[in-house]
Design a protein around this ligand. Structure first.
Ligand code: SF4
Length: 287
């Protein structure tokens, strides 16, 4: 059996940087506070808690002498202002690619356009993007696009982890409704690479494993991409979820993971799969 691991499986650089900053800040200060979880992964959340990260619901729960970390997904301007006003020690772990989307929607708004954000309702990143402008319109599907009124001028961006196929479907509806449409492709490059590798790998592998939490919309999207190309695709949260029978006739196993899946869980899964079959090639990295 051959194991092929997607090169961009797991943490994207934005999440990696935020998680590293959380560990380092907790180590230096004893504690670090955050408004919400840093990634949608229970394993990482638990481990961070052990290291001194505290998740709170409001700025009022952050002690004055403790650092407050703003997560990779971005933070609403009102919260930034309030935190500065309280003189809190802010550690900004906003991913620079999320900041670019914030700048983009502000530019489009200045240009007099209605702003449409393609993304998951209620997702932290989408909430952060929407909060940059006055009248955001968030849609997640072509059906929601069909519900929109006709418009003269609109600017469209997407959540960084959207699938291009979803955007294309929505876009074809928007074209029938909007005369002057300016689309900025804001899917980030780590997401693009991860999606492309999974699409290709799912076609060459007999079995495809996607590692990621079921609470992560991003990981579920990856599984969907794999399943559309290979019915023998499975999402697991860790090595314990793996079932031996999946590999009965498998000669090649492809492995990838969501942007919130930590390295140690990916390594555990690879080790576990290796034990199940005679691995003829050392694990190969798929670029
Ligand atoms: S998914 Fe992309 S935009 Fe989001 S944190 Fe990762 S690199 Fe940044």
């Amino acid at each position: 059996m051959k194991i092929i691991v997607a090169k961009d499986a797991g943490y994207c650089f934005g999440v990696r940087q935020a998680v590293d900053q959380a560990y380092k800040t907790a180590e230096d200060n004893g504690d670090v506070y955050m408004l919400g979880h840093i990634v949608h992964n229970e394993h990482v959340v638990k481990d961070l808690e052990k290291s001194g990260t505290k998740v709170v619901a409001s700025l009022d729960d952050v002690p004055e002498d403790k650092p407050l970390l703003f997560r990779a997904h971005g933070t609403e301007p009102g919260i930034w202002e309030a935190a500065k006003h309280k003189n809190l020690n802010i550690i900004d772990a906003t991913c620079p690619l999320v900041t670019e989307i914030h700048e983009e929607v502000k530019r489009l708004e200045k240009d007099g356009r209605n702003i449409i954000i393609i993304g998951d309702h209620g997702h932290d990143e989408v909430v952060g993007i929407a909060s940059q402008i006055k009248k955001p319109i968030v849609i997640s599907s072509a059906d929601e696009a069909r519900e929109l009124r006709k418009m003269k001028k609109a600017g469209v961006v997407s959540q960084s982890t959207q699938m291009i196929e979803n955007i294309q479907e929505i876009f074809s509806v928007l074209l029938t409704k909007i005369t002057d449409l300016h689309f900025v492709n804001t899917i980030c490059f780590p997401t693009k690479r991860n999606h492309e590798q999974i699409k290709e790998l799912a076609q060459v592998a007999d079995v495809m494993i996607i590692i990621g939490s079921f609470t992560s919309a991003n990981s579920k999207r990856l599984t969907q991409l794999a399943l559309e190309r290979n019915p023998h695709s499975y999402q697991v949260t860790n090595a314990q979820d793996i079932k031996n029978e999946w590999f009965a006739n498998a000669e090649t196993v492809g492995i990838s993971a969501g942007a919130s899946t930590p390295d140690d869980i990916i390594q555990d899964v690879i080790k576990h799969v290796k034990k199940l079959g005679k691995v003829i090639d050392e694990e190969i990295i798929y670029e």
